[in-house]
Design a binder for this molecule. Structure first.
Ligand SMILES: [Zn+2]
Length: 472
């Protein structure tokens, strides 16, 4: 029997345009989805956008737009970015979808009627100018950045989710890997956090935020981000609420995310699932952050890298390759245009691209006929092991070792200096075979390029094709 594979990215908050961070997560999810489809697994890949909240309403009004109009435009930006990167998601969920809203309301009602949501108070820093609570981290020198005034400590009526009720159950599930959190260090962080601080009940609604999903039993409140955003992982599969059966593809095999949202995913999201009586995801995988030239990326630093900038310089597959090979998947990485240029020229222009060109050129020039097919290779097992462990950079490195070895063979034996056709063929045939086998395994990473190479090298008369990766 084939396995199922459900993979999600976080839904991206539409207060900003897509950048390299979103792109990294999404390409990684795409690579894994394509890999599992290739294995024949029943695969579903979900991504989307998180579109509610006071911040979005404020951004929209800044832009002189209605919130819906504003989120439509930004969601479109994400969709076109993914389209241009050849992302193969099965659904793109938006939290303003009417079906999503209905299901979130049904879930909230279920939790409320169960006694897991109750009326209480939320205390925090309130800006009178914004008419909103602010997070400590949004303040600049203790002041609201928009109103330049210090927010006041205030308390407001809110509905709270009884997360404390699920703390013990959750801790057990995380400790024994029923909810696997990888890399291991991230799991340890979550476990020690819950052990040390326990789980407090969490504010689930806001009173003065209009741009959100109204609570079905009290329309003076809208849902705060948690229920609204996390439930996308279910509604994206068509789930209509707690009365609906658990979707066939749920639970997710892998939920990808960066470390800044791990804690809320490992606690609030899991506790919600327990409250709803649904299975928890099998694995949360936390990938690293990119620094750009050693600095955190930010608008104010002017170092934001947009997906389109990368595509323009390196092409679609070049971009996908550079992102996936930039750092050990799960660790932080430091990127720069210089590093990307160097890696692109070394691995793609002078590496894969040059090897394919040299071999096909020699075969055509010497009128050599080959009959090779994709076949079992000694490196396939290592590659598969790396992919199963989500070591995407390692999987690529295994394939590049083969390509470099092939290159060395050519340089050592110099078939272009030989006259005997059979001699030349003896050198080129195993190299062409390696190229074909590498191409098969590279498909999830560089689908377009590899389709060309496979087609080219599956012909008995291999011809020199167009250059794959022009130097930058
Ligand atoms: Zn303010």
């Amino acid at each position: 029997m084939k396995n199922k594979f459900y993979i999600t990215t976080p839904i991206y908050y539409v207060n900003a345009s897509p950048h390299i961070g979103h792109t990294y997560t999404t390409v990684a999810a795409d690579v894994l989805a394509r890999y599992h489809r290739q294995l024949g697994d029943k695969t579903f890949f979900l991504t989307g956008t998180d579109e509610h909240g006071a911040k979005i309403a404020a951004k929209a009004s800044e832009a002189g737009q209605e919130p819906q109009q504003f989120v439509d435009l930004t969601a479109q930006e994400f969709q076109s970015a993914w389209k241009s990167l050849n992302i193969s998601h099965d659904n793109f969920i938006r939290t303003t979808d009417p079906e999503h809203i209905k299901a979130v309301q049904a879930a909230l009602r279920f939790m409320y009627e169960k006694g897991d949501i109750y009326l209480g108070n939320y205390a925090g820093l309130y800006c009178r100018g914004c008419e909103q609570f602010k997070n400590e981290k949004d303040l600049v020198n203790g002041l609201c950045p928009d109103h330049k005034i210090a927010p006041e400590q205030m308390s407001e009526e809110t509905y709270l989710f009884k997360m404390s009720k699920y703390a013990r159950e959750l801790l057990v599930k995380i400790r024994n890997d029923e909810i696997k959190i990888r890399p291991e260090g991230r799991k340890n962080e979550v476990v020690s956090f819950i052990e040390k601080e326990g789980l407090q009940d969490v504010s689930f609604s806001r009173k003065n935020v209009k741009w959100g999903i109204p609570l079905p039993w009290d329309s003076s409140h809208t849902s705060y981000v948690w229920a609204d955003a996390f439930l996308n992982y279910l509604t994206g599969l068509g789930w209509q609420g707690p009365k609906d059966k658990c979707p066939e593809m749920w639970p997710a095999e892998v939920q990808l995310m960066s470390k800044d949202i791990l804690r809320v995913h490992a606690t609030i999201w899991q506790a919600m699932l327990l409250s709803l009586g649904l299975p928890t995801p099998k694995e949360l995988f936390i990938h690293g952050f990119f620094l750009v030239d050693g600095q955190k990326m930010g608008k104010s630093l002017g170092n934001v890298i947009a997906p389109q900038d990368l595509i323009t310089r390196y092409g679609v597959d070049g971009t996908r390759y550079l992102l996936m090979s930039a750092t050990a998947f799960g660790s932080d990485g430091d990127v720069s245009w210089q590093k990307f240029d160097d890696k692109y020229n070394a691995d793609l222009a002078n590496g894969l691209g040059n090897l394919v060109a040299r071999v096909s050129n020699l075969l055509e020039k010497n009128n050599i006929t080959l009959n090779i097919k994709i076949s079992a290779s000694d490196f396939k097992k290592d590659y598969a092991a790396a992919m199963q462990e989500l070591k995407l950079d390692r999987a690529l490195e295994i394939l590049w070792q083969v390509l470099r070895r092939a290159d060395e063979t050519l340089s050592a034996r110099k078939p272009w200096e030989l006259a005997d056709k059979e001699e030349i063929k003896k050198i080129l045939e195993p190299v062409a075979q390696d190229i074909l086998n590498v191409a098969e395994l590279l498909q999830p990473f560089m689908p377009e390029t590899v389709a060309k190479v496979i087609k080219q090298f599956s012909e008995p008369k291999i011809k020199k094709g167009e250059g794959l990766f022009p130097r930058v």
